[in-house]
Design a protein around this ligand. Sequence first.
Ligand SMILES: C[S@@+](CC[C@H](N)C(=O)[O-])C[C@H]1O[C@@H](n2cnc3c(N)ncnc32)[C@H](O)[C@@H]1O
Length: 247
Amino acid sequence: MKNDGFKLYESDLLSQTTGETLRPGGFILTDLGVKNCNFSPGARVLDVGCGSGATVERLVSLYQLQAIGLDPSEVLLERGKKKHPCLQLIQGLGEDLPFPVNDMDGVFAECALSVMVDLDKALAEIFRVLKPGGWLVVNDVYARNPDALQLLQELKLDSCIRRALPKEQLMNKFVEQGFKIVNWSDHTNLLTQLTVNLIMTHGSMTKFWLKSSSCSGSVDPSLAQAAIKQAKMGYFQLIVQKDASCS
Ligand SMILES: C[S@@+](CC[C@H](N)C(=O)[O-])C[C@H]1O[C@@H](n2cnc3c(N)ncnc32)[C@H](O)[C@@H]1O
């Protein structure tokens, strides 16, 4: 699968701080999502943009779900397969899911929708593969100041922050695809904690962005920090459902 450009989530810069998960809060929102959706043991669940499969491992071992991970990154999938050889981790794109209609009881997308090139297509695909009554759990970043979107989009960086959208715009995208909104909750405190942790690992956010820019040659630390600050970046969990009457 084509793999050009610097991808922050594939570098060690993030995982040195976050460990196996590549998102704010580790498993906190994963566990909250499982609890809210009340999955039965054996439920069939897909983690879209699974990275190296940490969530898939947890869904299988802690919750006895039949979980599958999908991700385009060879680097992250290889890392996951080495660590957890028994997990079902497959290469693919959220915009083109290799599963039939009405196949999944649930889908997780953790810090993954915001890195996808075609969000509408990915949501349509997730809707298609979910069973009627199936759940989608999204944990991701959002821009609390819609006026700063352009600054974010101009950053030459493949990370969650570049395609962050404001809450209203995001919610509309789910509704347009036919999802029923079940619950939105703000967890910006987890993003703040991640920033503190990154500063502890790297010395300062400027140093973190400088290291990123030495890998990519294209991230301007002052631009990245200014864009994030102006966008008032937040973090949320959104739980939506495919209506039980859909087929
Ligand atoms: C920030 S990482 C999050 C990984 C994992 N969900 C986690 O929270 O630890 C974003 C992930 O999305 C994956 N990704 C990028 N583009 C994608 C796409 N079009 N479809 C599915 N996953 C994608 C990346 O390879 C990466 O693993």
